[in-house]
Design a protein around this ligand. Structure first.
Ligand code: PLP
Length: 422
């Protein structure tokens, strides 16, 4: 609060040190006109993304700025509820006090502390891989890997619904690009046959897809990769920490830990939720990324507090998988009660539970009405998801209580009846 007040005071009357300085001139005027027209187009298309301001910590219960406390939150990737876990927060404070606010440097100049090395070792150990490298985000890890690894002699085969950061990372590399239909193994096989002429083939897929809560058929992908001599890369942002018997991810869930070569994942979702990403895999690959990967080489080191959060989150997961089991039980409760109420939930067993509604307007008004009942969920429609497949995405967390889940189902039932979705 003090910060907002202080900034407002600086900006008052447009005369203080914080007052915006508007550049002028014909080029700026032209730019403003163009930007305003583009913004108008976004509003007109109904795809404007507004941001709700949260006035409390991330957690199952929130206070929205200017609103009541006690909103039940079903739209964070806080799968294990570690974002506000007392031990995670304490570890961040300790790291902050011991190692400072930040490194003011990239890793290879003077930005590597013992905690960075320890966390990389812990990540590699968690995934049972040879080595790991930290990035400021998984977006960066995805942006940095393909260009460093693949040359024009190589090929990359990517699921058409892969995350935007994989798509962008692939755009940056000079390898031959093949896009296969979503989770379609016949199409992947056809593309692998076509790609035999290249030196090296890399199949790239999300382990779990965040819009549908569906899980990549990794067993089949690995079989095809073996048949056509390809490597497998998975993005585990929506799997690390909770999928599989000990939360290692999709490769553990589907019994192919020894068949997947490269894993990219985030520290910004289940693993404490602060920020950061990583690649884990063969040591020579990690060594090469330290030499060649541009988002790693030319961006600041992860701040110690962030490293402290992720490191503690991994300790908690390696001690016990009780948190992940609790999340799985709550996911099951929500999915079965919603199905009983008559809703269609996409995906299977994943804490991303998309309530399929079809119509974009229906998804939007129902999400708004859910908030009026104290349940925070978000509607997604085209172009984020295909036309006619609008939905409300519900994300379950280990720290939701059974009562939270039941209140959510009750609210959906009331709102669904009111708007004719049931
Ligand atoms: N990959 C997937 C599948 C994601 O869902 C996300 C985040 O939304 C990212 C990568 C980027 O992760 P980060 O937030 O660490 O940049």
């Amino acid at each position: 609060m003090w910060r907002v007040v202080a900034v407002r005071a600086l900006r008052r009357d447009g005369a203080g040190a914080g007052a915006p300085r508007a550049a002028s001139g014909a080029a700026v005027a032209q730019l403003r006109r163009r930007l305003e027209s583009e913004l108008e187009d976004i509003r007109g298309a109904g795809t404007w993304k507004s941001e709700r301001v949260i006035a409390s910590r991330q957690g199952p219960h929130l206070r929205l700025a200017g609103g009541d406390a006690g909103i039940i939150n079903f739209c964070a990737n806080n799968y294990l509820g570690l974002s506000s876990h007392p031990e995670v927060i304490r570890a961040a404070v300790e790291a902050l006090e011991k190692f400072g606010a930040g490194l003011s440097s990239v890793r290879f100049i003077c930005g590597t502390q013992s905690i960075h090395k320890d966390l990389e070792e812990k990540i590699a150990c968690f995934h049972q891989r040879e080595d790991a490298i930290l990035y400021a985000s998984c977006f960066d890890a995805n942006a940095g890997i393909f260009e460093a690894l693949l040359t024009p002699e190589d090929a990359v085969l990517s699921d058409e619904l892969n995350h935007a950061s994989i798509i962008d990372g692939i755009r940056l590399c000079k390898a031959n690009k093949y896009r296969y239909k979503h989770m379609d193994m016949q199409d992947l096989e056809a593309k692998l046959k076509e790609a035999q002429k290249h030196r090296l083939r890399l199949v790239a897929t999300d382990g779990a897809f965040s819009m549908d809560g569906d899980i990549a058929p990794l067993r089949e992908i690995c079989q095809l990769a073996q048949k056509y001599d390809a490597l497998v890369f998975i993005d585990e942002c929506h799997a690390t920490g909770f999928l599989g018997p000990s939360g290692r991810g999709t490769d553990e869930l589907l019994g192919v830990m020894d068949k997947v070569t490269i894993i990219n994942s985030t520290l910004g979702k289940a693993l404490g939720g602060a920020a950061g990403g990583y690649t884990t895999g063969p040591k020579p690959l990690i060594d090469l990324l330290r030499q060649r990967s541009r988002p790693y080489l030319f961006s600041n080191s992860l701040p110690p507090a962030v490293v402290g959060c992720a490191s503690k989150a991994l300790d908690l997961l390696m001690e016990s998988n009780a948190i992940a089991q609790s999340m799985a039980a709550k996911t099951q409760r929500f999915r079965s009660k919603m199905a009983e109420a008559g809703f269609t939930i996409s995906g299977k067993d994943h804490p991303i539970c998309p309530v399929m509604l079809g119509d974009a307007r229906l998804a939007s008004v129902m999400a708004e009405d859910m908030l009026n009942r104290g349940i925070y969920v978000i509607g997604f429609s085209y172009p984020v998801v295909p036309k006619g497949k609008a939905r409300i995405r519900v994300q379950i967390s280990a720290v939701h209580s059974d009562e939270d889940i039941d209140r959510c189902v009750e609210a959906f039932t009331e709102v669904g009846r009111k708007h004719g979705a049931l």
